[in-house]
Design a protein around this ligand. Structure first.
Ligand code: ZN
Length: 107
């Protein structure tokens, strides 16, 4: 049995994601770019997956491209920058850097 690359639970044979994370990923693709972050989280909760698992899923970064949470935050920030007429684009790596520095300051 392989482990899920996102939540670490058993994912079944020949699969890198468990069923819950697969349905979360499908929902992410459905919601991304269409809703704000609060609605986005609500939408994920509506899959019926446990909240702890949703949080683990959002924070996982199995490919090193930034966690789902950072990717979504980067997309939303980029969109906001465009609306405000600011050139440039936020990357998941930037979001992570900002989040790391914020959490370091609060310690
Ligand atoms: Zn999983």
């Amino acid at each position: 049995m392989a482990r899920c690359a996102y939540c670490g639970e058993s994912a079944g044979l020949m699969s890198r994601m468990c069923r819950d994370c697969k349905s979360l990923m499908a929902r992410v693709d459905e919601l991304r770019g269409r809703v704000g972050y609060g609605e986005f989280l609500d939408g994920l909760e509506r899959t019926g997956v446990a909240k702890e698992k949703i949080l683990a899923f959002l924070k996982a970064d199995p490919d090193g491209k930034g966690s789902v949470q950072d990717q979504i935050t980067a997309e939303m920030t980029t969109e906001l920058m465009q609306i405000m007429g600011i050139a440039g684009r936020q990357t998941p790596q930037e979001v992570k850097k900002i989040r790391d520095s914020v959490s370091k300051d609060s310690k």
